[in-house]
Ligand binder design. Structure first.
Ligand code: FAD
Ligand code: FES
Length: 509
């Protein structure tokens, strides 16, 4: 668990992950992987399996990021095959289909060969529409998925459900697992392949000199031939990548249902935002299962009191699944939406050729991050990969230009917050357990008041590119509306692209 966060806890976070030392020295390695989520650990494991000397570092604990907050569906691209075909053409849509299938097959083969106990199972996935308008898109998706070489069927409704979904598409042989049990097993398998892991070790910078890359951390440094930045959103690329993707928060409930009352399938609709649904079993002896339902997304830093989003999901679930019992889990997390709907994996643009990134995962991070790990392993091992151009982070946003401009406009509008007033006129107006922005002349302070009334004043300027941060009452964090950085109430970085903490300020006596 990411101990910096005071916020929500997912169902998966009950699984304890192994502990690792903090890096306090200088060391040499062949490959340095930064980030211990599914992207970083899969890349590190694949490279170590091929005999590379690999060192992985994480700013917090392994699995402390978004992989602990996922719902872990392996399903078709949530940006839809027909949109990918329109933007990139049929041959690239086929490559997306191929890469998604290979990624799921790789996870399955790792689970088998390394004997990982992580609840991996193959099951059917169903895409349906909540509105009549969405039926036409189902038809388009059926045709495009078929063109891309995917096995897909038209059905009148999703079978055995408590509500009538209406027409839907069935995608057989999709998958799900327990994400943290998978990461735990992957970390242990990586170590068996002589991999080294350091946690609570934040990468601050990557410098290049004479073909050697040096990753600077808070207490040490790592010299490497190649560096893989798998930090969900890259901290080393200050501007370029952050104009090509937008960060969204998404909300999940885990609700009790009697065992066997809900079919074991993956389910999602084609709205925007959409609901995504699966089942999980808390433990073998349990009399009930947990229905995991996500949705209600919004841009990071653009809803200060998002709790109503849990209520909206709950209302929808109870209307459609009358057998639901208590809400046992509520959590939120972050996804990076690429402007043109396809992830970014490969060489970091405008950087040393041996620095690689994996980002832009959208709601397909289980698959996208595994695709990125396969692709980057091939590049570092000197092999070609047919997915290289498709996922190239340097590609121009010629596809998805309207989405790109819309997100850019939204980001630029956030800088207008500097001329607005504060949320409160005095720090004493901040209720215990809440945070608020206070204006002082031309400056803004972000102040959290703890349950005992102690105030924590910080600069409200995000350390990435200076937007005004905003309070997140659900996660008890400071979130940046521009590119999705998040900070704890004491100013520590919870999510990039920021790499530096917020500046601590002093209040007038
Ligand atoms: C609620 C929710 C539901 C989702 N559902 C699905 C789904 O059903 N299917 C699907 O495929 N995807 C889904 N996703 C997306 C998926 O979970 C993510 O895309 C994926 O987990 C991202 O993995 P990652 O390894 O890139 O990032 P993370 O898991 O966030 O790992 C990044 C790691 O990097 C570390 N780090 C960051 N900065 C630094 C630094 N400077 N130095 C060192 N370490 C650093 C962090 O501490 C973290 O451990 C969902 C996401 C959310 C939030
Ligand atoms: S994340 Fe870019 S300015 Fe805050």
């Amino acid at each position: 668990m990411n101990n910096l966060s005071m916020g929500s806890q997912s169902i998966w976070m009950r699984t304890a992950l192994p502990q690792f030392p903090v890096l306090r020295e200088k060391l040499d390695t062949e490959v340095c992987v930064i980030g211990g989520g599914i992207a970083g650990l899969t890349t590190a494991y694949l490279l170590a399996r091929e005999g590379k000397r690999v060192t992985l570092i994480d700013a917090a604990e392994i699995g402390g990021g978004e992989t602990a907050r996922t719902t872990a569906h392996f399903f078709p691209p949530d940006n839809r095959y027909f949109a990918i075909e329109e933007a990139f053409g049929t041959s690239k849509a086929r490559l997306v289909a191929e890469s998604f299938q290979q990624a799921t097959a790789l996870v399955e083969s790792i689970v088998k060969s390394e004997k990982l106990d992580c609840e991996f199972e193959r099951l059917d996935g169903y895409l349906f529409s909540l509105t009549l308008d969405g039926y036409a898109d189902l038809d388009k998706e059926f045709d495009a998925a078929r063109q891309a070489g995917i096995e897909v069927y038209r059905k009148e409704r999703v079978p055995d459900l408590s509500f009538n979904t209406g027409p839907c598409l069935k995608f057989p042989n999709q998958a799900q697992f327990h994400p943290l049990k998978y990461l735990k097993g992957l970390a242990e398998a990586f170590q068996r392949n002589r991999g080294a892991i350091y946690t609570w070790t934040r990468a601050l910078d990557i410098r290049s000199h004479d073909d050697i890359l040096t990753v600077t951390t808070e207490n040490g440094a790592i010299a490497a031939h190649s560096v893989v930045v798998a930090t969900n959103t890259p901290f080393n690329d200050f501007v370029v990548m952050h104009t090509k993707q937008a960060s969204y928060r998404t909300y999940v409930l885990g609700i009790r249902v009697p065992k066997g009352s809900v079919p074991r399938i993956l389910l999602w609709d084609n709205g925007d935002p959409y609901y995504y649904i699966r089942l999980t079993t808390p433990d073998e002896k349990s009399e009930h299962e947990i229905l995991v339902v996500g949705g209600a997304d919004h841009k990071v830093g653009q809803d200060e009191h998002p709790h109503h989003r849990f209520d909206e999901i709950e209302k929808w679930v109870r209307q459609h699944y009358p057998m639901t019992g208590s809400v046992d889990f509520k959590w939120s997390g972050q996804v990076m939406e690429p402007a043109d709907g396809v992830g970014y994996m490969g060489r970091n643009p405008m950087d040393d050729k041996n620095i690689y990134i994996i980002t832009g995962d959208s709601g397909n991070g289980m698959t996208h991050c595994t695709v990125g790990a396969i692709l980057i392993t091939d590049l570092i091992m000197g092999r070609t990969n047919s997915w290289l151009d498709l996922y190239d982070p340097a590609r121009k946003p010629t596809h998805g230009v309207p989405e790109f401009l819309k997100e850019l406009g939204n980001t630029l509008a956030q800088y207008g917050d500097w001329v607005k007033g504060g949320d409160v006129v005095s720090p004493r107006k901040i209720p215990p357990g809440e945070g608020a922005i206070l204006r002082k002349g031309g400056k803004k302070m972000a102040i959290y008041c703890d349950d005992k009334g102690k105030l924590y004043p910080l600069s409200a300027a995000c350390t990435h590119l200076g937007c005004v941060i905003s309070w997140n009452a659900t996660e008890k964090s400071w979130d940046c509306p521009c590119h999705g950085s998040r900070f704890s109430v004491t100013g520590k970085v919870l999510h990039g692209p920021a790499a530096q903490p917020l500046k601590v300020m002093q209040l007038d006596p």
